[in-house]
Design a protein around this ligand. Structure first.
Ligand SMILES: NC(=O)c1ccc[n+]([C@@H]2O[C@H](COP(=O)([O-])OP(=O)(O)OC[C@H]3O[C@@H](n4cnc5c(N)ncnc54)[C@H](OP(=O)(O)O)[C@@H]3O)[C@@H](O)[C@H]2O)c1
Length: 335
C-alpha cells in the first residue's frame, strides 16, 4: 500500500505534457487549498518553461524522465494525447509516482489492465481523470436515485457532439494521435450510462468514419434483458446539446447544459420540479473535485479511488473497444 501523505503539506503535482487540458487543470490545481503545481515537462524545454511561469511551478523540464524522477513530485498528471498515456503512465509508475491519467486512460482495455496492474504491483495510486464522476451534481443524482426519488432507473439518454469540422491534422481526426469521437467524447456518455444503468447485456452500434478512418459519428443502443435501456451518441463534427436524462419509474433527472460537466440538475416527478444550481460556480473550471479526490486518496494511502475504480475504467474501455470494432477503427500499432 502507498505511504499516506499525512504531514499536512500540499500535494505536489508534476504535469507531464504542457498542452490544452494541462493548462486548464493546472489552473484548478492551484485554486485548491491542498495542492500545488510543482513541476512540468514538455517535449520542448522552452514551452515547459513558459508553462511553469504561467502556473508558478518551481521547475520545468524538456524531457519527461526528469519529471518522473523529481523527488519533490508526489503525483504525475499524464495529460498527453491518448496513444501516449500507456507509456507515460508506466514511466511514472516505474519511478514510484502516483498517477492521474487523462481520459481515455489508454487506447484500449488491454493497455488499461496493464497500467493498473503495474500501479497496483508497484503500490502506487492510479486513477483515470474522469472528472464527471467527481462532479457534485452527478453525485447528487446518484444520491437522489439511491434515496428512491425517481423510483427504479429504466433508461439513460446522453450524447456528446463537439461540432469540430473535419481537419486531418487535428488530434480528434488523426488516427496516429488517437483520433475518433468514441475515445475522446463518447467515453463520457458511455461512462454516464455505465454509472447509472450498470453494464449492458448487449450493445448495438452503428457509425460512420471520417476520411482519415477515425470514427466520426457513432450511436449505441444498450440492451438490458431485451429492454432498450440507454441511447448514446457521439460525434466529432456535429454539435449537440449534450444534456443527459436518467429515466425512472417515478420521475426523471436531467443534467445540463452539458452532462460531462453539469452546472444544473432538475428532478422531475409528477408532484414537483426541483432545480439545483452549480455548487462549483466561481471555482475555476470544474476540475477541483477531481483534484481533491486524488488528494484525499493520497492522504489516505489508497491505491485507487472508490469514485473511479480501476474495474469500471477497464469495463468502459471494453465497451469502447467493441464499439470501435463495430465501426471498424484500429489504431496504428495497436496490439
Ligand atoms: N478532462 C477533460 O476535460 C479533457 C479535455 C480535453 C482533453 N482531454 C484529454 O487530455 C488529453 C490531451 O488533450 P489536449 O486537448 O490537451 O491535447 P493537446 O493539447 O493537443 O496535446 C497535449 C500534449 O500531448 C502531447 N502531444 C500532442 N500531440 C502529440 C503527438 N503527435 N506526438 C507526441 N506527443 C503529442 C504534447 O505534449 P508536450 O507538451 O510535451 O509536447 C501536448 O502538449 C487527451 O487524451 C484528451 O482526451 C481531457
Amino acid at each position: 500500500m502507498p505511504i499516506p501523505i499525512t504531514d499536512g503539506r500540499p500535494i505536489r503535482w508534476g504535469i507531464l505534457g504542457a498542452g490544452g487540458i494541462a493548462n486548464t487543470v493546472s489552473n484548478d490545481i492551484n485554486l485548491t487549498d491542498g495542492n500545488v503545481v510543482t513541476a512540468v515537462a514538455a517535449r520542448d524545454a522552452e514551452r515547459a518553461e513558459q508553462f511553469a511561469a504561467r502556473h508558478g511551478a518551481a521547475r520545468s523540464y524538456g524531457d519527461y524522465t526528469s519529471l518522473v524522477d523529481d523527488d519533490d513530485v508526489d503525483v504525475v498528471y499524464v495529460s498527453t494525447t491518448h496513444p501516449h498515456h500507456r507509456a507515460h503512465a508506466l514511466m511514472a509508475i516505474e519511478a514510484g509516482k502516483a498517477v492521474l491519467i487523462e481520459k481515455p486512460v489508454c487506447l484500449n482495455a488491454a493497455d488499461a489492465r496493464e497500467v493498473f496492474a503495474a500501479a497496483t504491483q508497484a503500490g502506487v495510486f492510479a486513477m483515470e481523470a474522469m472528472w464527471t464522476r467527481t462532479n457534485p451534481l452527478i453525485r447528487k443524482a446518484q444520491q437522489l436515485i439511491a434515496d428512491g426519488a425517481i423510483g427504479d432507473v429504466r433508461g439513460v439518454r446522453n450524447e456528446f457532439g463537439l461540432g469540430l469540422p473535419f481537419d486531418p491534422t487535428h488530434r480528434l481526426y488523426e488516427l496516429a494521435n488517437g483520433g475518433g469521437a468514441l475515445l475522446d467524447l463518447g467515453v463520457y456518455p458511455v461512462t454516464f450510462a455505465y454509472l447509472f444503468m450498470g453494464p449492458p447485456d448487449e450493445v448495438r452500434t452503428v457509425g460512420t468514419l471520417s476520411p482519415t478512418g477515425s470514427d466520426e459519428t457513432v450511436a449505441m443502443q444498450w440492451m438490458y434483458g431485451g429492454h432498450p435501456g440507454a441511447q448514446l451518441w457521439t460525434s466529432a463534427p456535429i454539435h449537440a446539446p449534450n444534456e443527459a436524462a436518467i429515466l425512472g419509474t417515478k420521475g426523471w433527472i436531467s443534467l445540463l447544459p452539458e452532462a460531462y460537466r453539469p452546472t444544473g440538475l432538475i428532478l422531475h416527478t409528477p408532484s414537483r420540479e426541483e432545480h439545483t444550481g452549480d455548487p462549483l460556480a466561481g471555482h475555476g473550471n470544474g476540475y477541483g473535485p477531481e483534484i481533491e479526490e486524488v488528494e484525499r486518496c493520497l492522504r489516505a494511502g489508497l491505491l485507487q479511488s472508490p469514485l473511479i475504480p480501476h474495474a469500471d475504467t477497464i469495463a468502459i474501455l471494453e465497451i469502447l473497444d467493441d464499439a470501435r470494432a463495430a465501426v471498424g477503427v484500429v489504431y496504428p500499432g495497436e496490439r
